[in-house]
Design a binder for this molecule. Structure first.
Ligand code: TXA
Ligand code: MG
Length: 321
């Protein structure tokens, strides 16, 4: 089992030696290694069972340091960075040679982000290399939002998990790339589209799928529990009451089903709170003695779009089934 602790210097020592460490971020926990060390990067792919065609995000603590790793930082990219870093935003920018091809799966852009988490920021400040960090879940399974989620799934394979409490946002970062003058959102996430559009004007949203070479990791089946998950409208779910199913609901319980088997994402209907609870509640339902899970859509606005995106991917039978 990994040790769970909040000692930055222990995490730092492991990372300098090339070992992997579980790290907290404001979005989800990451499985981190030295992004400039090919051996560390390779062991990230192995530890997660992640296919080599699915590139990694690198994390550092300042916009200035990003300049060491990217060869171009356009005006729009800079405007987004200035407005939203540190925060749940990842930018795809042309990479410098210092970034191993393994990190980017051979693409000529690298995904970069400055996360917003006090303990992680301090760790990153003390390192003279960026951290490559995918979400700390086995490939295809639900992303972890606290240290014990990481322990439960990767604890046998790593030595240390840096504990930074529960992830505040609870959804992965929004991924944004650039093509000529266009700004393209490749993954819906913790930063809302409207916020991005406020800074750079209208964006194109293309959060799809394995056929999209720009975001090879956006596979259709992802974030999935082991139990089959059916995503349905509220009215339909209300007709499916039975005691051998779990229910993931937006703001209200349903009648005639044991509440033990139900989770309500936000009783007040707050999308932020719903996003914060989403993955943890999915995990809880997945561990109950039930046969399947019914989930209802969140309102299709703001963070609700990202929540529905995750539920949609979780509902497709895939590698985790
Ligand atoms: O919030 C987050 O972004 C979390 C935390 C740990 O920072 N990380 C995360 O990483 O979600 P991961 O590896 O689970 O998802 C990264 C996504 C994948 O879909 C991958 O395909 C895409 O980013 N990606 C990475 N580099 C890319 C590139 N150069 N071009 C297109 N997509 C890229
Ligand atoms: Mg992931």
């Amino acid at each position: 089992m990994a040790t769970i602790g909040s000692d930055i210097s222990i995490a730092k020592e492991f990372l300098i030696k090339g070992e992997l460490v579980g790290i907290p971020t404001e979005t989800v926990y990451g499985l981190a290694g030295n992004a400039l060390n090919e051996k560390s990067v390779l062991s990230i792919f192995e530890t997660k069972n992640r296919p080599a065609f699915d590139p990694l995000i690198i994390h550092t603590d300042s916009v200035e340091k990003i300049g060491l790793y990217v060869s171009e930082f356009s005006e729009k990219a800079r405007a987004l960075a200035t407005n939203f870093w540190p925060g749940p935003l990842t930018l795809l920018l042309p990479k410098k040679q210092i970034i191993p091809d393994l990190v980017t799966s051979g693409l000529d852009t690298v995904a970069v982000r400055v996360p917003n988490h006090p303990i992680l920021s301090e760790l990153l400040r003390q390192l003279d290399f960026p951290l490559a960090a995918p979400s700390a879940n086995p490939f295809g399974y639900i992303s972890p939002t606290n240290a014990s989620h990481v322990q439960a799934q990767l604890g046998e394979k790593i030595l240390y998990i840096l504990d930074g409490g529960e992830c505040e946002v609870g959804l992965e970062s929004t991924i944004v790339g650039f093509e000529d003058e266009k700004v393209i959102v490749y993954r819906l996430g913790g930063l809302e589209i409207s916020e991005i559009e406020r800074v750079v004007g209208e964006v194109e949203v293309m959060p799809n799928s394995s056929s999209n070479p720009k975001a090879p990791g956006m596979l259709k089946s992802h974030y999935a529990p082991r139990k089959p998950l059916f995503l349905e409208k509220r009215e339909t779910i209300e007709t499916r009451q039975n005691q051998t199913s779990g229910y993931l609901l937006f703001d209200q319980y349903i009648n005639n089903v044991d509440r033990e088997n139900q989770r309500v994402l936000s009783p007040s209907g707050d999308l932020r709170e719903a996003a914060h609870h989403l993955f943890a509640y999915l995990r809880e339902l997945d561990s109950l003695p039930i046969d399947n899970i019914y989930a209802e859509f969140a309102p299709a606005t703001g963070l609700g779009l990202a929540i529905n995106d995750r539920l949609q991917r979780a509902s497709v039978p895939g590698s985790a089934h």
